[in-house]
Every structure is written in C-alpha cells, then in structure tokens.
Design a protein around this ligand. Structure first.
Ligand SMILES: Cc1ncc(COP(=O)(O)O)c(C=O)c1O
Length: 513
C-alpha cells in the first residue's frame, strides 16, 4: 500500500536527517517511483486523500508533487489528476543496512587508476605522536601576528583580490619568493618564473599534466616520496623506480634503457633516506636528462632547516639548458593548512603554465597571499625560520644523543640528520622494519618503516624518525624507548634481525646487492 510505504520512508528520513516535511514526502515519493512502487502511467491518489492518509497538510503534499512534476517524474492532466511519467527510470531496490538484509556482491565502483591510488603506497593512518615523520611543530607559529596581517589585507582588499588570479599569483609574493630563492637556494630566476600553487602536490600535478602524456615514463627515486608517486599515478604515467645510494639517485645502464620524460628528485635531502646528491651525480643526472630530452622536477621540501655541513645549493642552479623545474612549499616553515607553495618554471614555459594553472585550478586566495608577502617583506618569515631552526636543532641533538647506544652497539647507523625534520635510522638489510614500526606504535611512538617507501627494491630496512613534532622535553625518554626497542626487538622482528645483525650498513646499494 502506497501510503504505508510513504509513512515508513518519511519516518526513516525524519530519524536520519532533519528534513522539512514536504522534503521528506518528496524523497519518499521519489523512492517509490524509482523503486517501482508506482509504475509508469499509474495515477496518484488525490492530494486530499494523500494528505489524509499521511496525516500532513494538503500544502505539504502539493509542494512535494509540484517538485516531482518540475523534475519530470510526474505529469498533471487537467481534470483527471496526476500520473507517473512513462519514462521514469526504475532501479533495483537498494540493499538496506539492516539485520538480515541480503548482502549484494561488492560492486567495483572505482576505476583501475582510482583503485591503485587508494590501495598502493598509502601513508598508513598513523597517529600523530612522538617521532611521526613529516609533521612540524606549528605551536611556535606567530598566530596573533598572522591574524593581524590577514585582517589588514581583508580590510583593504580590492575587488580584484577576491577574484581568481591568472597572473601566477600575487606579484609581491612572487617577487619575495624569487628574492629568497636567488639568495638562499642559488636558483637562477626572475619573479615572473614563479607560480604560486597550493603546495608541492599541486606543483607536481601541473608538471605531470603539462610535460608528460599518459603512458610516458617518469623516473622516481627508490625509495620515494608517496605524494609524488601518487601525483604521477593519478596522471597515468609509468613509474620507473631508480635506486638511491649515498650520493642520491643512481641510474644504471639498464635504467637508461627506459628513457624518462620526467625525472623526479629530492636532491638536497632525499626523501626519506636523507642522502645529499653529490656534485658528480648532479652533473651526471643533468647530462642524462639532456640526452633524453627529459624534464627534471626538483622537490626542495625542507632545505630551510640545515643544521650542519655546508648549505646545499639547488640542482636548478647548475642547470644550463633550462630543463629543471624547481618546487618548494610553505607547509614546513609556516603550517601545512596554509596551502601555499611555489613552482619555478623555465622562461619558455611560463605562459603555458600560467594558462594551464588558471584553466585547471582557478587559483585564488589573494588576500592570504598578500598577507604572506608582507610577512616575508617585514622580516617575520626570517625570524620564524630562525626560531624554528633553533628549536628543531635542539630536538635533533637530543634525539641523536638518545640513539647513540644503537650506533655504539653497531646495530644501526643514521642517515640524513644534517637537514630537515626527520632522520633515517638505518638497519641491516633483512630486519623486519614493519614489525618494529608496529611495535613502536604499541609503545606510543610513531615511526615509519623505510621499506614502506620502496617501490621495487627489497634491500632496505630502517625507521624514518621525525623530530619536528616531538616535544623537546620528552625526546630523551621516547628516544630511549625507541633505542631499547631496536636493541631488544619484538619477537616478530627479531626473527629476521638475527642473521644480518651486528654490522654497520655501508650505503644503500642497489636492489639485491
Ligand atoms: C618530499 C616532500 N615534498 C613535499 C612535501 C610537502 O608538500 P605540500 O606542499 O604538498 O604540503 C613533503 C611533505 O611532507 C615532502 O615530504
């Protein structure tokens, strides 16, 4: 009976969502139509009868029926009532989530690409707790000052700052970024080559879409940064993992037989091993890119935090034939939610990138960009950087001190500790780093297994340990917990630790080496 069905549906809708009555009736009638409770050509009861049966006002019924008529489900025939249209599509009733309901086989709703994107190389849902890599301490960010600057720019906002932006970003911000990169990162550029993006992820997306076609090969470091891997996968590129050693990416003759269209690199601080790309390797890589006519994507994600050793200049600074695209982010120095980063493109690509960025992303956030430009121009960025650099340096030192027993016992060594917000605790090949990471999680520490970043190789083991977020007071204590756990691994990890244990790992080596 139609009224009973409608009453039950409306009752359910009332519980699930606070919809107005006429909307509940509209939804209930629509479901009755789609589920075939009301067949094509069938006449509806009169509005008076429906209102009576359902215990609602006639206006409510009229409103629901009018809406369904406008949408083409129903048609009124003058003098004879309202009928179900002949072309209303019907569907099989949806399986309801209720006890005893028949379970339908899972329907593959995602594309193959979509499936790969959500299934492969995912950051597991790790809790943010001491040593979570990739997380900075945002508590030091000068929120009050930032608020004042934002308010100021919102007060003075001209209408064009509220529009999309087709110029590659707010001019003064692009100039401030260019000045910073020229001085501190030895990047060769004019402000016009800077494109403000929503961060490295968007910079990578733009490069993948504009510089490569579906099926083209991209060389990625192995182990690799997941964000980059995902951006390339999402754009249908063929990933070709190239192993990283102590001097950065190390392409072999076999790799050269898979000519790249793009080469993605983190040369200043390889993510996650921390290897710094040597000068010889930089020249070799640029020559290789030239030979293959490939574009090089340089992700310089954490060079602001250099703690020891000479500053590492950008790879872009060595590029003589304009094939390096350089990208950076404000995620680490300010906070990730600011969603601002920059991409420096060779002069010949500026117009195309601006155009495509506008067409694909409709960039905006101009008042925010204006506030950031002033933040940099007034010296606040440098002060924030100085303060956080010092704070991270202290955290890094106390973590290194806490991990000393591991180095003394010869069961691990550390790579990548001169820069950034994480270090890599390298374990002998064969150690079950995933079991160690799980065990650490049970003790309230989040570290990531190095092997989880590997694409094609299985010779790496280690723990990626972040100190950006860890509370400085707690680092000695948590560091000791971590060190003790690696010295006395849980049984599941220990089984695999036993054989190779006891030596310093000498470099990353190639797969199988
Ligand atoms: C290698 C690397 N690149 C880039 C980023 C930051 O990217 P985004 O600007 O998209 O936040 C991260 C963040 O952890 C990273 O590890």
């Amino acid at each position: 009976m139609l009224s009973e069905f409608l009453i039950a549906e409306m009752h359910r809708l009332e519980r699930d969502a606070s919809l107005p009555l006429h909307r509940q009736l509209y939804e209930a009638l629509r479901r009755a139509l789609l589920d075939g409770k009301l067949g094509a050509g069938e006449r509806l009861p009169s509005t008076r009868d429906l209102a009576h049966d359902l215990g609602v006002s006639r206006n409510t019924v009229v409103a629901a029926i009018n809406q369904l008529t406008v949408e083409g489900y129903l048609a009124s025939r003058v003098g004879s009532g309202t009928y179900v249209n002949d072309d209303v599509p019907q569907r099989a009733p949806r399986a309801r989530r209720q006890a005893g309901a028949v379970t339908l086989p899972a329907m593959p709703r995602l594309s193959r690409r979509g499936h790969d994107l959500v299934e492969r190389f995912c950051a597991s849902a790790l809790e943010v707790q001491p040593f979570t890599p990739g997380v900075a301490d945002f508590s030091a960010f000068p929120v009050a000052l930032w608020q004042r600057l934002q308010n100021k720019h919102w007060r003075m906002t001209y209408p064009d700052l509220l529009d999309y932006n087709a110029a590659g970003g707010y001019g003064p911000l692009r100039r401030a970024v260019a000045d910073y990169l020229r001085v501190f990162r030895s990047v060769q550029l004019d402000a016009d080559q800077v494109i403000i993006t929503t961060g490295t992820q968007q910079s990578l997306e733009l490069c993948a879409r504009l510089l490569a076609d579906h099926g083209d090969t991209v060389w990625v470091e192995d182990p690799a940064y997941w964000g980059a891997v995902k951006a390339f996968m999402a754009n249908g590129l063929q990933l070709h993992p190239v192993p990283v050693d102590d001097e950065g990416i190390a392409p072999s003759a076999a790799d050269e037989r898979q000519p790249p269209r793009l080469i993605y690199l983190t040369p200043s601080h390889q993510y996650p091993t921390g290897a710094v790309m040597s000068l010889a390797r930089r020249h070799q890589l640029l020559a290789c890119a030239r030979a293959h006519q490939a574009w090089v994507l340089e992700d310089d994600y954490d060079s602001e935090f250099r703690f020891s050793g000479p500053p590492i200049s950008s790879l872009e600074g060595l590029d003589v034939d304009e094939r390096v695209l350089y990208m950076g982010t404000f995620s680490k120095v300010l906070y990730p939610g600011i969603k601002l980063g920059y991409l420096v493109v060779p002069k010949g690509l500026v117009a195309a990138f601006k155009q495509a960025h506008y067409d694909l992303n409709r960039p905006g956030q101009m008042p925010q960009q204006a506030a950031l430009a002033e933040f940099i121009e007034m010296g606040h960025f440098s002060s924030a950087l100085r303060r956080s650099r010092q704070s991270y340096a202290e955290r890094r030192s106390s973590l290194l001190a806490a991990l000393q027993p591991l180095l003394q016992a010869g069961v691990a060594h550390i790579s990548g500790a001169d820069q950034g917000l994480h270090l890599c605790l390298r374990l002998p090949s064969g150690v079950d780093d995933q079991a160690l990471a799980r065990a650490a999680g049970e003790r309230g520490i989040t570290v990531r297994p190095l092997s989880a970043y590997c694409l094609a190789r299985d010779d790496l083991s280690g723990l990626v340990v972040g100190y950006g977020y860890a509370n400085p007071k707690d680092i000695p204590r948590w560091g000791k917990v971590l060190a003790d756990m690696v010295l006395e691994p849980p049984r599941s990890a220990a089984a695999r630790v036993a054989a190779p244990r006891g030596g310093r790992v000498s470099g990353l080596g190639r797969p199988g080496a």
